[in-house]
Design a binder for this molecule. Structure first.
Ligand code: NAD
Length: 428
């Protein structure tokens, strides 16, 4: 494993610096976009179930709102730091700009481990987070969403607190709500389907029919499952899926040369995306080490689990047949591996583009909540397809025009759009 400092703000800044050079950004614009516009660090006192008061640290960082209200997740994590939050906020600015949705980038969190908190304590924490920040949140200011270890229930508690304080309904204050309580149909499918919409365009570009391809996928959670489902509906074959085994504390790959059967695999998968090893073997799957997914003789690799999975050490194990890598996870590849992928002429669909279906559908949820009018699932997914396809082609076109990698082209477009918005507003 490489020691790539994922989520570090320095890494996000260094990526920004590289693209700023390509864009020849002026000094003030660089200084402005290199740092968040606003940061909040605060303490949240919570009365625990045993009657004691415990103090939690909370954050919210708004990196840039030149193109619209801030948008970004709230992470509950024991190792949360202000630098992680800054990096994620900056990446959200770029992702929203790349997808050409009228939102800025933000991110937030609380240093805590929800595993060690009762539901009532989690509720108090959600309400406490909003109490500290409500003046600087709102549908026209900054819109939170679920992220690592936060879910639809947390979003609903936060919404309820916000509405209590404001004295009015304000469903567009937050996204990731349950369907029926302001959530959007299609949100579950969005990240995985969005990835496959982009993959479909990449296959067209390479002149390959989906029916003639095979894929191997790391991760069988939200992104992996829906990506596999749509890819198979397009006629593609997935021969290997890897996931984490909580009991054994390691990962395994599950292989079937004739193609995995999505529904039967799903029936032996827990809600965290873990596949039951014994039952998979009973269903005829080869149970291989966790690393095997990367080494398969396939056309397409989809890392859709966690960061830092394709590294300097294992990138050489990728088979010569691989033509496309579509990054479902955020940051699944280290910078060193990225260089090797580029030198091997593998078509990369970078994370900022490939997994942008999630944020795009969050935006759709916000729009529907603000209107208090909800679309059918087909309408949501149809609009998602339009956005993903347009973003894919804008990146591809620029990559060709300027001889950039797909990753650099994606960030180039995003930064150019945000810089332009700042200039148009007269900020820089
Ligand atoms: P999830 O928790 O639903 O699923 C994660 C999957 O990865 C599980 O199957 C788990 O077993 C597997 N996994 C974890 N560690 C592993 C390891 N070391 N080796 C192999 N498999 C491992 O998560 P998700 O929502 O599917 O998100 C996956 C990735 O996509 C994350 O990087 C996330 O940030 C990113 N992402 C998700 C969304 C979304 O809307 N869900 C949007 C954008 C980006």
């Amino acid at each position: 494993m490489s020691n790539k400092p994922f989520n570090s703000f320095e890494m996000a800044q260094s990526q920004f610096d590289g693209i700023s050079d390509l864009l020849a950004l002026d000094g003030p614009t660089r200084d402005f976009l290199r740092w968040p516009m606003r940061e909040y660090q605060f303490l949240i006192p919570i009365r625990m179930d045993d009657g004691q008061i415990k103090i939690f640290r909370g954050f919210r960082v708004l990196h840039n709102d030149a193109r619209g209200p801030g948008k970004g997740g709230i992470r509950f994590h024991p190792q949360e730091t202000i630098d992680t939050v800054r990096a994620l906020a900056m990446w959200m600015t770029w992702k929203c700009a790349l997808m050409d949705i009228p939102l800025g980038g933000s991110h937030g969190g609380v240093v805590c481990d929800p595993h060690n908190l009762s539901l009532r304590e989690q509720e108090r924490l959600c309400r406490g987070w909003v109490k500290q920040l409500f003046r600087d949140l709102g549908p026209q200011i900054d819109v939170p969403a679920p992220e690592v270890m936060t879910n639809a229930q947390h979003m609903l508690w936060m919404l309820d607190e916000f509405e209590m304080i404001r004295g009015e309904k304000s469903s567009g204050f937050i996204t990731g709500k349950p369907v029926g309580m302001g959530g959007s149909l299609g949100r579950l499918e969005a990240a995985g389907f969005g990835l496959v919409f982009a993959l479909r365009e990449a296959l067209k570009e390479l002149g390959i029919r989906a029916e003639d391809t095979t894929a191997s996928v790391q991760g069988f959670g939200n992104v992996g499952q829906y990506a596999i489902r749509l890819f198979q509906q397009m006629g593609g074959k997935v021969i290997c899926v890897s996931c984490w085994d909580q009991k054994d504390g390691t990962s395994y790959s599950y292989k079937k040369k004739s193609g995995v059967d999505f529904n039967s695999l799903l029936s032996i998968t827990d809600r965290f995306g873990g596949i039951d090893k014994k039952r998979a073997a009973d269903l005829g799957y080869e149970v291989l080490p966790g690393s095997a997914w990367l080494e398969q003789d396939v056309d397409i690799l989809i890392p859709a689990a966690i960061e830092n999975q394709i590294t300097h050490d294992n990138v050489k194990n990728i088979c010569p047949r691989v033509k496309i890598v579509a990054e479902g996870a955020n940051g699944p590849m280290t910078a060193e591996a990225d260089k090797v992928i580029a030198s091997r002429d593998i078509f990369l669909i970078p994370d900022i583009l490939a997994n942008a279906g999630g944020i795009t559908c969050s935006y759709f949820e916000q729009v529907q909540s603000n209107m208090n009018y909800y679309w059918e699932k087909d309408e949501v997914l149809g609009k998602l397809d339009v956005k993903m396809t347009a973003a894919f082609h804008s990146v591809l076109e620029l990559a060709k025009e300027k001889s950039l990698s797909m990753r650099d082209a994606a960030v180039f477009i995003a930064i150019a759009r945000v810089a332009q918005a700042c200039r148009d507003r007269g900020w820089v």
